[in-house]
Design a protein around this ligand. Structure first.
Ligand SMILES: [Zn+2]
Ligand SMILES: [Zn+2]
Length: 103
């Protein structure tokens, strides 16, 4: 198993290519841009209620045989929100004050 490396922010649809340093992921790999995580989501994943971390950048160079961005390419399947914005705002407001380890 490897990260899919999803191509966009679920919230604002901004492109988040594999080399982006703005991509944030939750433990299920729900993927958002850093700006949405901070300003729209208060650090709460609207799909699972968990926290986020920066998405690691997959190496372009094939440092080990068969292991590189070209050999294990990023996903091209765009993902969009599965809840409406009011529902997301209500959920994230409820959860934001709880530390990720206690959620
Ligand atoms: Zn975004
Ligand atoms: Zn999630």
């Amino acid at each position: 198993m490897a990260l899919e490396i999803r191509p966009n922010c679920e919230y604002c649809d901004k492109d988040l290519p594999a080399e982006s340093t703005e991509a944030r992921i939750c433990s299920y790999e729900c993927t958002f841009c850093a700006a949405c995580v901070e300003t729209k989501l208060q650090g709460v994943c609207p799909n699972c209620g968990g926290g986020f971390t920066a998405r690691p950048i997959r190496p372009v160079a094939e440092w080990r045989p068969g292991i590189s961005l070209a050999k294990r390419p990023a996903s091209s399947k765009r993902v969009h929100l599965s809840h409406d914005l009011d529902d997301i705002a209500a959920l994230t407001a409820r959860i934001a004050g709880i530390a990720p380890k206690d959620r």
